[in-house]
Design a binder for this molecule. Structure first.
Ligand code: FAD
Length: 292
C-alpha cells in the first residue's frame, strides 16, 4: 500500500520506526522486536538505513518481511551519501523486487571530518538528487523526505533550509517526516512557514519517546533539538530511576501526540528504537483515540 493513501486520511494514526541490526548475530533479536511492534497493527512501519550502506541488506530483509509476511505497509529508508549512481540504481531495483512501494529518500549524515572539497563529483550531493533518481525510475514509488522544524544542523538559516526543502518537495516528495522535536510549538511554527513557502505535501510529525536519561544527550547531539524546561525537570526528577523515567518519558511523548492530534496533525511517526514496550504503551495510551 502506498503511504499517501494513509496520510491523506482525516483520522489520527501512528506508525513506528525500527532500525536494522549492525551484524548477523543481532538479526534474530531485531526481527523479534519488529514482529512484536508489527503485531500492534500500526498504520505503517519504517526501517532505517545506515549511511554508507553498511547495513543495507538488513534494511531490505526486515522491510521485505514486514511487507510480505507481516502485512504492515512498509517504508524503506535509503541514503545516498557518497554513493555512485550505479550502486543507487542497484538498491532501487532491489527495493522494487522486494515489493516495497514506499521509500524515504535521505542524504545521510556526512562522515566526520569531511571537507567540502571531498564532495566534489558526488553523484548525489543532496537528498533532492536521490528523489529525482527515484522519480525517474519506472517503479512509481511513494517517496518521503526529511525535514527539520529546528533547521538542519548544517544550515545557517531557516529561510535557506526551507528553500531547499521546497526544491526537494517539488522534485517529487509525496510527504515529509520531521526530525524529532520536544516542543510542539516549534512544529506549528515550522508548518506555518513551509505552507507559506508553497510546500503542500502531508507532513508526518516525528516523536521520540525518551525512556532513559542517557538518551537525552544523544538525542540532542543527533538532532540539535531543544529540550524544553518541562522535559528537563522530568529528567532531573526521574532520571536516576529507570522505571519511573521510562513511564514519565512515554507519558510526555503521549501528551505531545495528543496535542498534535488535537491541533489537526493526523499522522505521528514514533521513533520507537526497536523497543516493543514503548510501542505497546504508546498504542495503549491512545487506544480510544486510534479506535483500537
Ligand atoms: P538534505 O535534504 O540533502 O539536506 C541536508 C543539508 O543540505 C541541509 O542543511 C539542507 O538545507 C542542505 N541542502 C539541501 N539541498 C541543498 C542544495 N541543493 N544545495 C545546497 N544545500 C542543500 N540517516 C541515516 O543515515 N539513515 C536513515 O535511515 C535516516 N532516517 C532519517 C529519517 C528522518 C525522518 C530524518 C529527519 C532524518 C533521518 N536520517 C537518517 C538523518 C539524515 O540522513 C541526516 O539528517 C542528514 O544529515 C540529512 O539528510 P537529508 O535527507 O535531510 O539531506
Amino acid at each position: 500500500m502506498k503511504l499517501t493513501e494513509i496520510l491523506n486520511r482525516e483520522t489520527p494514526s501512528i506508525s513506528f520506526e525500527v532500525f536494522p541490526p549492525k551484524q548477523d548475530t543481532d538479526f534474530a533479536d531485531v526481527e523479534s522486536a519488529v514482529r512484536q511492534i508489527a503485531h500492534l497493527r500500526p498504520a505503517f512501519m519504517s526501517v532505517t538505513y545506515g549511511a554508507g550502506g553498511g547495513t543495507s541488506r538488513y534494511t531490505l530483509a526486515i522491510a521485505e518481511e514486514l511487507n510480505r509476511t507481516l502485512g504492515v505497509p512498509t517504508l524503506a529508508h535509503l541514503t545516498c551519501v557518497s554513493a555512485t549512481r550505479q550502486s543507487v540504481r542497484e538498491k532501487i531495483a532491489q527495493i522494487r523486487a522486494a515489493g516495497i512501494e514506499n521509500v524515504m529518500a535521505l542524504r545521510g549524515d556526512l562522515p566526520a571530518n569531511m571537507q567540502p572539497s571531498d564532495r566534489i563529483g558526488w553523484d548525489f550531493p543532496h537528498a533532492v538528487d536521490l528523489v529525482r533518481e527515484l522519480r525517474a525510475s519506472d517503479a512509481n514509488f511513494c517517496i518521503g523526505g526529511a525535514c527539520y522544524p529546528e533547521i538542519h544542523p548544517e544550515s545557517t538559516d531557516q529561510k535557506a533550509d526551507i528553500r531547499y526543502l521546497r526544491e526537494k518537495a517539488d522534485a517529487g516528495c509525496d510527504f515529509l517526516t520531521t526530525q524529532m522535536f520536544f516542543d510542539n510549538h516549534l512544529l506549528y511554527n515550522f508548518l506555518y512557514k513551509i505552507r507559506e513557502a508553497g510546500i503542500t505535501v502531508p507532513v508526518v510529525a516525528g516523536i521520540m519517546p525518551i525512556t532513559n536519561a542517557r538518551q537525552v544527550e544523544r538525542a540532542i547531539k543527533l538532532s540539535g533539538s531543544m529540550m524544553p524546561q518541562r522535559f528537563r525537570s522530568l529528567v532531573d526528577r526521574f532520571g536516576s530511576d529507570p522505571a519511573a523515567m521510562s513511564q514519565a518519558g512515554i507519558a510526555y511523548a503521549t501528551d505531545q501526540i495528543i496535542d498534535l492530534f488535537a491541533n489537526g496533525i493526523n499522522h505521528v511517526h514514533v521513533y520507537s528504537m526497536n523497543k516493543p514496550f514503548v510501542a505497546e504503551q504508546i498504542t495503549a495510551n491512545l487506544s480510544a483515540i486510534l479506535g483500537k
